[in-house]
Ligand binder design. Structure first.
Ligand SMILES: Nc1ncnc2c1ncn2[C@@H]1O[C@H](COP(=O)(O)OP(=O)(O)OP(=O)(O)O)[C@@H](O)[C@H]1O
Ligand SMILES: [K+]
Ligand SMILES: [Mg+2]
Length: 679
């Protein structure tokens, strides 16, 4: 169902990453990563000791100092390289998007109705432009007039053109996409520099990448740990002096670097960038890393019905008279109620009426006025010149309307509406003044594969709730067919927000997917708001994610990526800290072995010499970073299971693994160093 989008990575991505790894050595840049900054300070100290072995008093081994310096330098480079590599894909993607962005000529409709040709950069919010077949749409906007097929491949990567039309939930267009057929008028909705494409570019470029609250929290923990070890290591020197064990400064630095969490410190930002990247590869634009992370902790997902769970091209399939009304009269009324209705539903009603032989002159209603569809009233209609008010809309809304006019409800209305609803259709009642004439059967189909996808969410422990403006019977049928856990019917926009707030009040994190203007407030309220690219501008602006493929179940991938991101960070933190325990056992005995021979009992690894022990631990500390880069970038494996199960599994793998791996690796490095006669 979902496909991934591949961006051609530049062939020299590794070379580019290496270059920027060197650039990132700048202390002002390094300071942003305190753990690695401490390594850099250590590097400077040992470098000075290599050049001036007697610098801090006493003699030290220049060669040993030099080797430590070299390993520290490589450690920093590896960490910088990891970050640079993670940034590479975004840069490549930004470059390809920038190619799409070009100044185009726009045909702006002036106040007097005349057409002026201007540059697209001169367009401002509220301007109206005309775009014909073959032309690029000059700016983001909403179609105010016309229907057209639009090639959106520049943004979505999908080559099949999509139909965009005025009114309803499919009216938004994106600057940089091309009209393939017909002509439309578009009301510009963004000022220059703030378009969707602009935002996409700065996002993938990482220009706006802000640390997420989780990242900041973990960062604080790492800094605290680092501080503790700085204190431990600086106080070791006097303690050692007390037992007459002179510890070389380079060894103290090596010990410090081994003990501070350099592995996670070096990989942390790469993990975050790669997580954002994975979302983009699924053709979802996340406005912030926070949104991606939040999706990893989601408890409840609220979905809109029409256009989200169903295809959303609700088409009039049948007109059903009720009470005394004849088929012929109802056909005419249905048509008259819809001549001003620019929504796809309205247009499909006109089409059906024409097909059923309603005369063309029935559509001419001089002096009449349209009443636009609103999610609040759930009605639309036409006010005729003679004062007759024709309305169509949700059955309960029309019943109330007719009752307020003093009319009565035909006895067979409920039963016929129920028939449509239990078949999963949407019944619209048609009334003129105080009389109800019949029903319009709007047909819609559930998108295939929904049941399996919702089943998958259930396994992840996530509850799905469908929230629709439609009547309870239709809602129940569609809910059953799609396999959601729960549904809310006859929901007005404020009900959708209330539903989200209630869940949030219970301490739950809520995701919402939707496409309509009426979904916008709820999309903004939700912790994760995923708007369909096909949807309205309002929906897309309110959401913190946009799915370019307009596939609501994509939320599953986003949730999985979010979980994977959190898990990867947790796993590598566990691994990193567990590692340091093993390094401690490699170095501490080595440091004191000469002064306190009894300490050699602690040399459980049987490392050859104190120097080889220290260098082996330091080398392991460095190379573990590049070894873990692929895992940091790809993320740890995620399969749907409960959070506690996942946690205990990861603790075993990365905690115990993190303790065991360095023992083996450091011993091996030690053997190699001895074998090569290097120590
Ligand atoms: N063009 C229209 N004219 C009159 N009534 C309409 C029209 N379109 C929809 N309705 C009625 O208004 C109700 C609410 O429609 P709306 O599109 O706002 O639903 P929603 O809240 O977005 O939920 P969903 O999209 O899940 O159906 C519909 O169920 C239908 O009864
Ligand atoms: K370390
Ligand atoms: Mg809707």
């Amino acid at each position: 169902m979902s496909r991934t989008r591949t961006v051609a990575l530049p062939k020299d991505i590794y070379r580019q990453a290496l270059v920027s790894a060197f650039k990132k050595l700048d202390p002002r840049v390094m300071m942003k990563n305190p753990v690695m900054f401490v390594v850099e300070v250590g590097f400077v100290i040992t470098l000075l000791l290599t050049i001036f072995p007697g610098l801090f008093g006493g003699a030290s081994d220049a060669l040993y100092n030099g080797v430590v310096t070299l390993i520290l330098f490589v450690t920093i480079l590896f960490a910088n390289f990891a970050e640079a590599l993670a940034e590479g894909r975004g840069k490549a993607q930004a470059a390809s998007l920038k190619k799409t962005k070009q100044d185009t000529k726009a045909r702006k409709v002036a106040k007097d109705g005349s057409i002026q040709v201007v540059s697209s950069t001169e367009l401002r919010k509220g301007d109206i432009v005309v775009v014909d077949a073959g032309e690029l749409i000059p700016s983001d906007g909403e179609i105010t007039q016309g229907v057209a097929s639009v090639d959106e491949s520049a943004i979505t990567g999908e080559s099949a053109p999509v139909i965009k039309e005025a009114g309803g939930d499919f009216s938004s267009v994106t600057g940089g996409t091309r009209v393939v057929s017909d002509s439309i008028r578009v009301r510009v909705t963004t000022d220059p520099g703030e378009s969707f494409l602009d935002r996409m570019i700065s996002l993938v470029e990482g220009a706006k990448r802000q640390k997420t609250p989780n990242e900041i929290a973990l960062g604080t923990l790492l800094v605290s740990l680092t501080l503790i070890f700085v204190i431990v290591c600086t106080t070791l020197s006097p303690i050692a002096a007390y037992v007459h064990a002179a510890i070389p400064i380079a060894t103290l630095v090596a010990l410090l670097v081994c003990l501070i969490p350099t592995t996670i410190g070096g990989l942390l930002s790469a993990i975050g960038i790669a997580g954002m990247d994975r979302v983009t590869q699924f053709n979802v634009i996340a406005m912030s890393g926070k949104a991606v992370e939040a999706s990893g902790d989601i408890n409840t997902i609220i979905l809109d019905k029409t256009g989200t769970i169903t295809f959303g091209n609700r088409m009039a399939a049948e007109f059903m008279p009720v009470g005394q009304a004849t088929q012929e009269v109802l056909n005419k009324m249905a048509a008259k109620s819809s001549i001003y209705d620019e929504t796809p539903e309205g247009r499909s009603i006109i089409e059906l009426a024409k097909k059923l032989g309603v005369d063309a002159k029935e559509f001419e209603l001089p002096g009449s006025e349209g009443v636009e569809f609103k999610a609040e009233t759930r009605m639309s209609g036409t006010d005729l010149a003679d004062g007759t008010t024709i309305r169509k809309g949700a059955v309960d809304a029309i019943k109330q309307y007719v009752a307020s006019q003093g009319g009565s409800i035909p006895t067979d209305l409920e039963e016929k509406a129920a028939k449509i609803a239990t078949a999963g259709g949407t019944p619209l009642a048609v009334a003129a003044g105080a009389n109800i004439f019949g029903l319009i059967y709007l047909k819609d189909t559930v998108k295939p594969g929904m049941r399996e996808r919702f089943e998958e969410l259930r396994r992840m422990g996530i509850r799905t709730v469908m929230c629709t403006g439609d009547n309870p019977l239709t809602a129940a049928t569609i809910a059953r067919e799609a396999g959601v856990d729960d549904f809310v019917a006859e929901a007005k926009p404020e009900d959708k927000i209330a539903l989200i707030r209630n869940e949030q009040a219970e301490g739950k994190l809520v995701a919402m997917t939707g496409d309509g203007t009426n979904d916008a407030p709820a999309l903004a309220q939700a912790d994760v708001g995923l708007a369909m690219n096909s949807g309205t501008i309002a929906a897309k602006e309110a959401a913190n994610m946009v799915d370019l493929d307009s596939d609501p179940t994509k939320i599953i991938e986003v949730v999985a990526i979010g979980k994977q991101l959190l898990m990867t960070r947790g796993a590598l933190t566990t691994f990193s800290i567990a590692n340091d325990v093993a390094k401690y056992f490699a170095i501490i005995p080595a440091m004191f072995m000469l002064a306190i021979p009894q300490m050699s009992a602690l040399n459980i690894m049987g490392l050859a010499t104190p120097q080889s022990a220290i260098l082996s631990a330091l080398i392991f500390n460095a190379i573990i970073i590049p070894i873990l880069i692929p895992l940091a970038m790809k993320g740890v494996k995620y399969s749907p299971m409960s959070a506690t199960k996942l946690l205990s599994r990861n603790l075993v793998i990365y905690g115990l693994g993190g303790i065991a791996v360095p023992f083996v690796a450091i011993k091996l490095i030690d053997l190699v160093l001895v074998g090569l006669n290097l120590v």
